[in-house]
Every structure is written in structure tokens, then in C-alpha cells.
Design a protein around this ligand. Structure first.
Ligand SMILES: [Zn+2]
Length: 568
């Protein structure tokens, strides 16, 4: 496709959008879900979270219900996938829009140099006109898919015929034996497109991220483009994330796309980059998201809801709290435990040591992070045969369910750290806290239910190595000062333990790994719970854990580092 034609298509698209919005409006969009509004807004959208990439699919009008069914390898899709639901350590690159030879050369070189594979989506028109380029892509070991742009009146049958014809050419002339994916050239795939693909047994891909900014036409460096697409704190690409690169958008210099691809590969990827077909060859890492209701373990299903303490006397309620709360040494007075009497405070735990846990040590990690941070930590734990407990701040999970699933699949205990990081008390000053207002308490209650449901959707079917549910009923309070009505709300919602710890490392303030490991080492003892973080600001945590465990192993230490599921 030449630039002129592409430009024409975009102009037509804009014109159609205006007609749709101002003339036929809602009716048009309702009847024809090819959503130009989403196309426009997705490409202008800025990431809004400091933790993870903005998820355009979540904000778009693409149908996402039932996506789980399509996540199983080989199944056709009734929805488009902007990511694969997989725990495989891999991200996916896709390309479309053949044109400049030099641009294609640069892209193929960047992929080859890094040992990456990608999926190049080609249209019927390109199959007819750009056979040389398509052969070069194939000869370079890259994968091919089918790009389709439905016309306003394209029927399901017409689209299916077009897709089947293109697939036949890919199989016969380009020896494609792997799964062939379909992509809509512009805009989100509409219902005719999805139906046609479904009938033909093809899965439709979109992308979580557009790798080339709209403003590429006036850019003269790959760095500029990289900055426009990736915010500084966005972190690495996710497992299963699909990044799409539109070719032909850089107008200054057709070597820029190759440089950009190289930069994304070296600066933004912690996982190998593979084609969609290559990832799909790995079905054991795939899962259905959301986890189908009938796959959720009975011991997990909807366990968190208010009312668990109903009918109990105040003494019985206190006993539930006392037996389920693992404290921490500095939380030892009414200042940090508002709402409790001195006598009750005397009976609450202040040690943070799990009883009857001989030679067991518990590393716990709070909050949430991006793939580079979390994968580094997972690799260290794996290297030492250690498991740990991850207390998840769940508001970010929907943006990266694969990462939560990967943590759980690695055998770690998953606990709850609220959805929005709501504390269990109010901080009136650095050393004085008060109980939650009724409004805050209610907000916490709703938050806890939402938080658990969010994780149930991702890991509700998983068991750890002992056969216990990976999703535990363990809770870590954000800020360890805990008010009585806050703690009561946690137990009333069905959590079995509220876990502070033996030592809070403040690892996010560490200036190097050595001193962090050195501080922890003399504190290692039976039952000790260490409070750490898996957030991106905990820069030295993975390295410190590696140093600590290595040193203990070299000494022949008896201690085993395990998740709290091992004892609770
Ligand atoms: Zn926290």
C-alpha cells in the first residue's frame, strides 16, 4: 500500500467517523462495532498508572466477554486478543503495512540480531503485489498472518472467503504450517470480522500497545519515538503482551523503524520476543481468563464476603482476631492499635514469629510491580528452590493477569493486600493512629471483596505444591498499625490471618543489596516473617534475597524459605 492510499484510507476513516458521530451517531456504532472512535482514542491515550502499561483493550469497546474461551490454543476467537493469556516468558511483536524495502530490511535485521521472531500481517493486495517482500520475510524465519480491512457492507461470508483465500496462498506459496492469525488493518475488529474468523477457525489479534506513535511522520529519531510510546516508569513488556508496529509511518527516514524495534527489544523486553504462532505452540502455559466458574476450587470460590463474624459475642470476635493476627514488635500500644484495650493489647501477638515453624523462614513481598522487577525476584527464588508469600495490591492485576498467574504457578502463596491499598487505621501523626470511620470501614469491606474477586478470576483454579489453593485467605495490612474495626472487617470478610511480621526491611529505601542482606542475616530464625516488597521501587530486593540465600546455603544452613501456605 502506498502512503497516498493509506492517507486516503485514514481520511475516509475520519470522514466516516464524523458521519457516524454527528449524523447516524449511536445507531451506526451500535450496528457496526468497527469502532473508529476507539481507534482514535487508543492511539492518543496516555498511560495512567505508574505501575504498568495502560491497557487500551480494557478501555476500548472491543467485546472482551468470553475471551477465556479463545485463550485456549487453537480455539478460534469470537473476540480479539490484545494479549495472550499465558505464563510463558515471551512477548509478541506483530507488523503490518508493507512498503519500503529499506524499512523492511531494518526490521528483519533487528529481529535477526536478537534471535526474535514476529508475525507480519499481509493483506490480499500485498500477497498479489509484494510477493518478493513476503518471501524475504518468510526466508528470514518470520511468521505470516492475514490482514483484512472489512468494508462497511462486507458480509461474514465475503470476509471468510477473503481470509480463506489468503490462508490458502500462505500455505501453498509460503509453506506456512503454523497457526495463521488474522488482524484487522485499521480499527477494532467488528462483529462480521470476528464471526468470519470464528467460522473459519482463525483467531483475531489486536494489540496491547502500538509500537509506532501516530506522530512518527515528523520524527527524526528512534529515541523520540520510543519516548512517545513508552513512559519512563512503564517498565518492561508483559508476558503474552502483543505489540504492533505499523510500517510506513516514519516519513523522514525509513531506517527509523528498524532502530526503534531494536531499541524496544533491548530496552523494554525482559522476555524473548516471538511470533504469535510460536507462542501458541506452547499451550500448557495458556489459561482461560477469567477462570471459568466451574474450574474455581471450592475452597476458593467466593470465600470473601462480609458476615463471617455475625452472631459472635465480643469475646468470641476478639478471640478470632487474637488467634489470626500476627503482629510486629513496634505495634504494641493503643497508639498503633486504636480501639483495643490495654488488656487486649497485652494478649495480641507482638513478635511476628509464626509458631511451630521450626527452621522455616517466611519472605513476604507486598504491593505490585512490573515484569522486570517481578521476574527477577521469581528467578532468584527459583534458583534457590525457595517459595515466598506475595501480598498483592490487586488494583493493577487486571492490567497484567499473566504476571499474577506466573507468580502463583511458581508455587508461591498468594495473599491479599487490599485492592486500593486502604489502611486499617487513620494516621493522625507518625506515632498516633485512630480507628476507621464507618464510611471508611464500609469502603474497606467493599474493597476486600473486590480485591479477592479480582484474584479469583486469575488464579482461582490453581493449587500449590502441597495441594492447597494458591489463593490463600491471608491478609497483609497496608501500614502495619491496625485499628480494631479495621481488623474486625478483615476477619468478618473471611480472611483467616492478618500478617504483619518479625522485621520490616524497608527494602524500597535500600541503597544497595549488600547492606540489605547483611541486616536480614542475623534476624533469620524459625518462624520469622520478613516484610519486603515486589514493587518497582524495591530496586535491590531480588539481589539481596539472592545474596542472603546464597550465603546461608554456603554455610549449610538448615533454614527453609517457604510460603505461608506451608503452615497455614
Ligand atoms: Zn503496601
Amino acid at each position: 500500500m502506498t502512503r497516498a492510499i493509506r492517507k486516503q484510507i485514514l481520511l475516509t476513516a475520519t470522514y466516516l467517523l464524523l458521519i457516524a458521530l454527528f449524523v447516524g451517531g449511536g445507531l451506526y456504532l451500535k450496528q457496526n462495532p468497527i469502532s473508529w472512535t476507539t481507534w482514535a482514542s487508543r492511539r492518543d491515550a496516555e498511560p495512567e498508572s505508574t505501575y504498568m502499561p495502560y491497557d487500551p483493550a480494557a478501555a476500548s469497546t472491543v467485546t472482551v466477554s468470553g475471551e477465556g474461551a479463545a485463550a485456549t490454543a487453537g480455539a478460534a476467537s469470537k473476540t480479539a486478543l490484545s494479549r495472550f493469556h499465558t505464563t510463558a516468558r515471551a512477548s509478541v511483536f506483530t507488523f503490518s503495512g508493507l512498503g519500503s524495502e529499506a524499512e523492511l530490511d531494518g526490521v528483519l535485521k533487528a529481529l535477526k540480531d536478537s534471535g526474535s521472531t514476529a508475525t507480519f500481517f499481509v493483506t490480499a493486495e500485498e500477497l498479489a503485489r509484494n510477493a518478493d517482500q513476503i518471501h524475504r520475510i518468510r526466508d528470514a524465519g518470520q511468521s505470516l498472518g492475514i490482514s483484512v480491512q472489512p468494508k462497511e457492507k462486507s458480509s461474514v461470508q465475503q470476509l471468510l472467503a477473503e481470509i480463506n483465500e489468503a490462508a490458502e496462498i500462505l500455505r501453498s506459496e509460503y509453506a506456512v504450517r503454523e497457526e495463521i492469525f488474522v488482524r484487522q488493518a485499521y480499527g477494532n475488529p467488528g462483529s462480521a470480522m470476528l464471526k468470519a474468523s470464528d467460522q473459519g477457525g482463525f483467531r483475531v489479534l489486536t494489540e496491547l500497545k502500538e509500537g509506532v506513535p501516530d506522530s512518527a511522520a515528523r520524527m527524526s529519531s528512534a529515541d523520540e519515538a520510543l519516548e512517545a510510546v513508552f513512559t519512563e516508569d512503564e517498565g518492561a513488556l508483559q508476558r503474552g503482551e502483543i505489540v504492533h508496529f505499523q510500517m510506513g509511518l516514519f516519513q523522514y527516514d525509513d531506517t527509523l523503524l528498524g532502530s526503534l524495534v531494536e531499541k524496544v527489544l533491548t530496552e523494554k523486553c525482559v522476555y524473548p520476543v516471538v511470533s504469535a504462532a510460536k507462542l501458541a505452540e506452547n499451550p500448557e502455559s495458556m489459561y482461560a481468563y477469567p477462570v471459568p466458574a466451574d474450574s474455581i476450587l471450592p475452597a476458593v470460590r467466593d470465600q470473601v464476603y462480609p458476615g463471617h463474624l455475625a452472631g459472635k459475642t465480643p469475646e468470641e470476635v476478639f478471640e478470632v482476631i487474637r488467634s489470626g493476627y500476627l503482629g510486629i514488635n513496634w505495634v504494641n500500644s493503643r497508639l498503633f492499635l486504636p480501639g483495643f484495650s490495654d488488656t487486649e493489647i497485652g494478649r495480641l501477638d507482638h513478635n511476628g514469629l509464626v509458631p511451630d515453624a521450626e527452621n522455616l523462614v517466611f519472605l513476604t513481598f507486598d504491593d505490585w510491580g512490573t515484569d522486570a522487577t517481578v521476574d527477577a525476584l521469581l528467578q532468584v527464588l527459583e534458583k534457590h528452590g525457595a517459595t515466598a508469600t506475595f501480598f498483592v495490591r490487586t488494583q493493577f492485576v487486571e492490567n497484567n493477569p499473566n504476571l499474577l498467574r506466573a507468580i502463583a504457578e511458581a508455587g508461591h502463596t498468594i495473599g491479599d493486600h487490599t485492592h486500593r491499598h486502604l489502611p486499617l487505621s487513620n494516621e493522625d501523626s507518625a506515632t498516633s493512629f485512630s480507628e476507621l470511620s464507618e464510611e471508611q470501614r464500609q469502603e474497606l469491606e467493599d474493597d476486600l471483596v473486590e480485591s479477592y474477586q479480582t484474584m479469583q478470576k486469575v488464579i482461582g483454579d490453581l493449587k500449590d505444591r502441597q495441594g492447597k489453593p494458591s489463593l490463600s485467605l491471608l491478609f497483609r495490612p497496608p501500614t502495619l498499625a491496625v485499628g480494631r474495626n479495621g481488623l474486625e472487617t478483615v476477619f468478618d470478610c473471611g480472611f483467616t490471618h492478618a500478617v504483619s511480621g518479625f522485621y520490616t526491611t524497608s527494602d524500597y529505601k535500600a541503597t544497595d543489596a549488600q547492606s540489605l542482606a547483611k541486616t536480614m542475616k542475623p534476624l533469620v530464625r524459625s518462624g520469622a516473617v520478613f516484610v519486603m516488597h515486589f514493587s518497582d521501587n524495591a530496586v535491590y530486593t531480588a539481589e539481596a534475597v539472592d545474596l542472603l540465600l546464597t550465603e546461608l546455603e554456603e554455610k549449610g544452613s538448615e533454614f527453609r524459605f517457604v510460603g505461608l501456605n506451608e503452615v497455614w
